[in-house]
Design a protein around this ligand. Sequence first.
Ligand code: TAP
Length: 451
Amino acid sequence: MTAVINPATEAVVAQVAATSLEDTDAAIERAHVALASWRAVAPGDRARLLRRFADAVDADVENLAQLEVSNSGHTIGNARWEARNVRDVLHYYAATPERLLGKQIPVPGGVNMTFNEPLGVVGIIVPWNFPMPIAGWGFAPALAAGNTVVLKPAELTPLTAIRLGELAAEAGIPPGVFTVLPGKGSVVGQRFVTHPAVRKVVFTGSTEVGKQIMAGCADQVKRVTLELGGKNANIVFADSDLEKAAATAPYGVFDNAGQDCCARSRILVQRSVFDRFMELLEPAVAGVVVGDPAAEATEMGPLISAEHHDRVAGYLDDGTNVAFRGSAPDGPGFWFPPTVVLPSGPTDRIVTDEVFGPVVTVLPFEDEADAISLANDTEYGLSGSIWTNDVGRALRVSRAVEAGNLSVNSHSSVRYWTPFGGFKQSGLGRELGPDAALAFTEVKNVFIATD
Ligand code: TAP
């Protein structure tokens, strides 16, 4: 049994059994057996089952949100959005089974056509920072395309995934088609990589573990989608709406206490407006409401664990030039105040590493070329923001920054109907959007001779 801790109170909220290697194998076997019957479900019926699953999630939004607040310390507002996001991806991909259209390609002497065949059993490995959406982004398109799914939540945050498994069963998703297996990454997650019946692994988590997963999958030429870390730039040009850029910068990085692969944790500000930007940023940071995540007005909760708290704190020492900090409650709970750092330069560890906490660095740049060069001076490439009122510059810089998800005059990165994923070491493949279900299929080409 593993104790599940509320990070805002340090109280034990549940005890969850860790799935053994034998039980993982048995679940994968059941998922393998269930493939034939799930594939045979008529497209319209598969779509109806996914919509019923979505409706079950919709009816359970408040319960799922409260579970997430107590397990992950997410603010109640964010947790409701996350539960509704699972509902929405299920509805969106419920349209897939009837629209997985092959092609008919003209060839002499016969008929040539393509089919999008399901891959088989898909293993989905989820991190602790967004347990619900990241699970849904994988299982909704995978199930819609006719695959069966085994899903491992993070050991720290299994509660909403377990509930989603119950809701799937209540909605009529057949046994073996969608199985949630709480447990250790080194046991359950690793078995997804090595078990030959698992044909694809979808992994979201750290770049370090992602590389191990990719290397492990190579042994069986197993398909893999990786959503990994980020160290995203928030580029503020002198010609932008500086008040708005400064007022929104805290949300861009401190949402979910900075435990967000899309956090804009490197603010780059044009030198001519640097001092003014810092003057505007200070009250915005002071105004972030940090505290009880169950309270409606709270904007930032705690970090996920004591261990993670120590890791984040380890980036700050006596020599760190902290410009200013927001507030945070005293313990119990793994609290860390929103923190703004003026580093000595772009090679400081706090600028190059993914801190994954409520810590942001601010650096000046001279001109457009300098901004692009600084933004790209990282092996990550997940997201970023560009603040400017010059439309030509907005387009030039968006094309030049090496990242999968950019927003201009906004920090918004995720919409379930648009593609999401990283450049460089931030990942491999794309989730969400119109093409995500195709990543759970193989294209088969069939020629029928007529002559
Ligand atoms: P990880 O430590 O990499 O863990 C992620 C998941 O992998 C957990 O379920 C973990 O299980 C499992 N795992 C660990 N070792 C494994 C192994 N050897 N084989 C198979 N599975 C294994 O990451 P984390 O600390 O939970 O999450 C934070 C990271 O995720 C950050 O780097 C963040 O940027 C990234 N992230 C990326 C995105 C996107 S979309 N790009 C979104 C969210 C988060 P345990 O729970 O047992 O450790």
